[in-house]
Design a protein around this ligand. Structure first.
Ligand code: AMP
Ligand code: FE
Ligand code: FE
Ligand code: ZN
Length: 280
């Protein structure tokens, strides 16, 4: 029983539609898949409707952008109430800040490269959570770079002169907001040190105190050292351990089901969540 609890559709920075993500999960032989687009529940209805057609159970979730001491934190929220006012307001605030931020980055990039805001909009659908991957896709479409990875390596990393940060809630507040909305908060790729700075054990301990349910220990961006560190930390703090692909369709090399989560951990997440898992 293969369970993958972290994927993206074109409601954020994946390239498949939400139904396409669930179909890809079925093609990979998964029993359970979570759709976790950045800062949105916009893909939930379409993904839920695809469960019956594909035979895959769908866990509805969101990857919530947050920040701790200037470090970017991605917090997976599973099975929360999508209409909960406080969480909805936070996600909307982040999504509109992302738009302003993307426009500012495009203004900076346009001074040196063939790129307009319309090129970036052309890479999105209405209501997409806009991120750097859409800027990357526009640069690829304009022949400036070969692929997303090349755009990130040279122009979109935090140390680039084109980079602009965006508002995101504090990580401890985000954990509390997810719990208040009946969601199950799991820290996504907490040891992905190639992307930028990562948070220390003490911060993860504080997040556990605020209600964190688990750590995404098994993820392709984790070195063996990080897997060992995070596994030990989860055991010490009594946190669930998950493994997931972070599938983005054609946008990243991550293959559906390349990392998976233990069925007992999935059961614990289901028990703690407010919204029901959509069974086929
Ligand atoms: P943003 O949400 O705008 O901060 O952009 C972060 C997103 O960019 C992540 O969720 C990843 O999907 C994507 N990303 C980060 N690094 C890379 C990379 N090296 N190549 C392709 N996509 C990346
Ligand atoms: Fe992403
Ligand atoms: Fe992430
Ligand atoms: Zn992700």
């Amino acid at each position: 029983m293969l369970i993958d609890l972290h994927t993206h559709s074109n409601a954020s920075d994946g390239t498949d539609t939400p139904a396409g993500v669930i179909a890809a999960a079925a093609a990979a032989g998964l029993a359970v898949v979570a759709l976790t687009d950045h800062d949105t529940t916009g893909g939930w209805a379409e993904a839920a409707a695809a469960a019956a057609d594909t035979g895959v159970a769908v866990v509805l979730g969101t990857e919530v952008s947050a920040r701790a001491r200037g470090i970017s934190v991605h917090l997976l929220s599973y099975l929360h109430d999508p209409a909960h006012p406080a969480l909805t307001v936070e996600l909307e605030r982040t999504r509109s800040a992302r738009l302003v931020r993307a426009r500012t980055m495009v203004d900076r990039l346009a001074e040196d490269f063939d790129l307009t805001w319309a090129d970036v909009v052309a890479q999105t659908t209405p209501d997409t959570t806009v991120g750097r991957p859409h800027i990357a896709d526009a640069l690829v479409a304009n022949g400036v770079v070969a692929d997303r990875s090349a755009a990130f390596a040279t122009m979109l990393v935090p140390r680039s002169k084109y980079y602009v940060p965006h508002y995101a809630p504090d990580a401890l507040d985000a954990v509390a907001a997810v719990r208040a909305a009946g969601g199950v908060p799991v820290f996504a790729h907490p040891g992905a040190d190639a992307r930028g700075r990562i948070v220390p054990d003490a911060l993860i301990e504080a997040m556990a105190g605020a209600g964190l349910a688990g750590l995404e220990v098994h993820h392709r961006d984790h070195s063996p050292e990080q897997v060992a560190r995070l596994g030990a930390l989860a055991a010490r703090l009594g946190l669930l351990v998950t493994g997931s692909s972070d599938y983005h369709g054609a946008g990243k090399p991550n293959r559906m089901g390349e990392n998976v989560t233990d069925p007992a951990v999935f059961e614990a997440i289901e028990e703690q969540g407010t919204t029901a898992v959509v069974r086929p």
